[in-house]
Design a protein around this ligand. Structure first.
Ligand code: UTP
Length: 410
């Protein structure tokens, strides 16, 4: 492990000596804990601060992308379903749940997926999602292997929750957990914050690094041993999430693309959702705040919104392409957040308002390197019930209403 002198030199050179401010007050275990944490800091954030990602989109050549609409999907349903079921039966599809987020907007302790959305009986988010996957497993007569990304902040709680619930009908060998990487959180002058006297403030580094983290955990070998070719990644917050949906799998395979993306069609030009588009000859995602008014209102030849394919964090990625692009860097985004940290009085508190910056890579930035994408429309009311907030838009309340609408007993 790094020595105190080495740490002092390293941090001094980077203008981060404040991390050692309480070193002399710590006992031996605390000193070692701090030195080990300093040794493991990932310094990628320095570059992100120096060269922030250009969010204006001004250098991009944005155009609409074509995708599969509901009508077209219905016409080819049988063909797609047969292809998809075949692939799933052959063990070519795995599911990856991205559950490393902090769920700060929902504001509950513990993993978001362990949140009980039931009314008359318990129904956990994880459980509801697994019910959807169980339907596919039953139809295909196999168990789609599941990989779950956690973070240092929720790993123990997540794994023990799954164990306590008997892996929601899965066998332990078919559910693998892996931890995502952490990134430091800094104050507005770029100084890494301390969470406690012996711990720098670290937080999950966004959902974009999931594949690297999965590989570092040695799970890529597991995928190959099982013959997996496609990874269906999905977010923990959507309780109507359809996982390893055979029709979606079949359509993506039939299209010959490297990535399928489930999308909902925007009907309101100002809806706050990132949409799939082309940037020159590459697929991309443009965030709602990057769309000009003109683009947001632009219509296609059928009179529909030209930029309508809103992404819902359900993607099917071709494994061989993910491996090919694994070394490519994707942008690190800077987000202002409320960061729990050690205050001047020596007490750790969560601030009332934003007090610093976190660094995150995002899944949406993988779309471009994947090279080709199929937007695949789904019925919003049937497949999209995100839980981001406690009340109001995308909340527990709105998700409960949508679950009821879909016949789920609460
Ligand atoms: P969100 O962008 O909603 O972030 O994540 P969040 O951390 O869960 O919630 P807030 O913003 O703090 O309220 C979308 C999906 O990506 C996962 C989340 O668990 C969720 O499934 N995610 C997010 C990660 O796996 N790791 C991260 O670092 C961030």
């Amino acid at each position: 492990m790094i020595t105190f002198d080495q740490a002092k030199k390293l941090l001094g050179g980077k203008g981060q000596a404040q991390l050692l401010r309480y070193y002399n007050e710590l006992d031996e275990a605390g000193k070692n804990k701090l030195l080990s944490a300093i040794e493991n800091i990932s310094w990628d954030f320095e570059d992100a601060l120096k060269n922030p990602v250009d969010m204006s989109g001004k250098d991009r050549d944005i155009r609409p992308i074509s995708g599969l609409r509901l009508g077209e999907i219905a016409k080819n349903k049988e063909k797609y379903e047969t292809l998809g079921v075949e692939a799933i039966k052959a063990g070519k599809v795995a599911a990856v749940l991205l559950a490393g987020g902090m769920g700060t907007r929902l504001g509950v302790d513990g993993p978001k997926g362990a949140y009980d959305i039931g009314v008359t009986k318990p129904l956990y988010i994880f459980e509801q999602q697994m019910k959807n996957l169980a339907e596919v497993n039953e139809k295909c007569g196999v168990r789609v292997p599941l990989y779950i990304m956690t973070s240092d902040k929720n790993h123990e709680q997540t794994t023990s929750f799954w164990k306590a619930h008997a892996y929601f009908g899965y066998e332990e060998k078919d559910v693998k957990f892996f931890k995502q990487d952490m990134a430091p959180a800094v104050d507005y002058s770029g100084k890494i914050l301390l969470e406690t006297k012996d711990t720098p403030a670290l937080s999950p580094n966004g959902n974009g690094g999931w594949f690297g983290s999965l590989c570092r955990a040695g799970l890529c070998e597991d995928l190959h041993a099982r013959g997996v070719e496609w990874l269906n990644i999905y977010a923990v917050d959507n309780v109507l999430q359809r996982i390893a949906d055979p029709i979606f799998v079949g359509a993506t395979i039939a299209a010959g693309v490297n990535c399928g993306a489930k999308v909902i069609c925007k009907t309101n030009p100002s809806e706050k959702v990132g949409v799939l588009c082309m940037d020159g000859d590459k697929p991309d995602i443009i965030e709602y705040y990057e769309l000009t008014d003109e683009m947001a209102n632009q219509k296609d030849e059928n009179g529909d919104l030209a930029y309508c394919y809103g992404v819902i964090m359900n993607y099917l990625f071709r494994l061989s392409k993910l491996e090919e692009i694994a070394e490519q860097k994707i942008p690190v985004h800077i987000v202002e957040k409320k960061i729990e940290c050690l205050c001047e009085d020596g007490v750790t508190r969560k601030p009332e308002k934003e007090n610093g910056k976190k660094f995150e890579t995002l899944v949406v930035d993988l779309i471009k390197p994947m090279g080709s994408v199929l937007p695949f429309e789904v019925v919003r009311e049937k497949e999209f019930a995100p839980i981001k907030n406690k009340t109001g838009v995308d909340s527990v309340e709105s998700a409960r209403e949508l679950l009821k609408l879909n016949g789920v007993e609460l």
